[in-house]
Design a protein around this ligand. Sequence first.
Ligand SMILES: Nc1nc2c(c(=O)[nH]1)N[C@H]1C(S)=C(S)[C@@H](COP(=O)(O)O)O[C@H]1N2
Ligand SMILES: [Mo]
Length: 330
Amino acid sequence: MLIRPTDRGYEHPTPSEITPRALVENRRAWLARLATGAAGAALAGWAARDALAQAAPGQLAPLPAVKSTVAGATTMEKLTSYKDASSYNNFYEFGTDKSDPARLAGRLKTEPWSVQIDGLVKKPGRMALEDLMKLAPMEERIYRLRCVEGWSMVIPWVGYSLAELIRHVEPLGSARFVEFTTLADPATMPGVRSAVLDWPYVEGLRLDEAQHPLTLLAFGMYGEVLPKQNGAPLRLVVPWKYGFKSAKSLVRIRFTDRQPVTAWGRAAPQEYGFYSNVNPNVDHPRWSQATERRIGEDGLFAKKRKTLLFNGYEAQVASLYAGMDLKANF
Ligand SMILES: Nc1nc2c(c(=O)[nH]1)N[C@H]1C(S)=C(S)[C@@H](COP(=O)(O)O)O[C@H]1N2
Ligand SMILES: [Mo]
């Protein structure tokens, strides 16, 4: 987020090494599912090849899922490699370098874990991770995620619509927004001792955005539980918004009648608006948002991609913003 003027650019990680053991033992179910999707024989071959190239190393617990039927929840685009998705991260609680989270997040203690649900809701309380994981069937959702810094990835997430949890806890009629707070533990997160943000990391959505079927409560990726650097044990993924709205390692979900003050909004309100919908027509004050680099395509001859309105999810989400001035409500 704090792109220094001398941005060194993307440091390309080495290509992932996939062990035959991992492929055979750990990935079989996931690969089979990808290969037998609705796409038919020819595409099944393509999907299987893509999956073989992008498989997780099989060191984390598998997290089985069914293919999502939610509109917009899949794409034929090539998946980002697991290696890239789990080694080029923003998770400032572990430091501001892209490599810090993968290096330091191992200290994060994800068991036991619970999420406090409170505010304007009929059923407040603390929900254990195990209960949250049983609340709805796990689905695989292949989403593009675009960082405000100008890079994007295509990641197969595992989770269910946040709407399922919202329905379960029954918001009051007065609830208009949802505030998300993430873990800030100085003992395990070296980054929270620095003043780069006012901790804890807080994000927010309008209630109807939070209830949109594409808004994902994610527990896994690439057929396994989330790596710690990607926000274990549970995080948001809001694919039509800049990546910073997708808060990692959630500990509290609060329903409110006022627009939440977010960590990035507090740090630089003129740069990070509450909506932060991906929009090629609204530049960040310090750089254009018209194009993006797809991680994995960063070679010398790789062309930048055009950024799409709502990150390409316009058909699904544009109605949420009908009549709104997206330049004023950036
Ligand atoms: N708690 C927390 N959540 C966070 C961040 C963070 O620093 N702390 N960074 C955000 C940003 S800027 C991005 S781009 C995405 C990156 O997610 P990924 O590392 O899984 O790709 O996480 C978001 N969620
Ligand atoms: Mo980001």
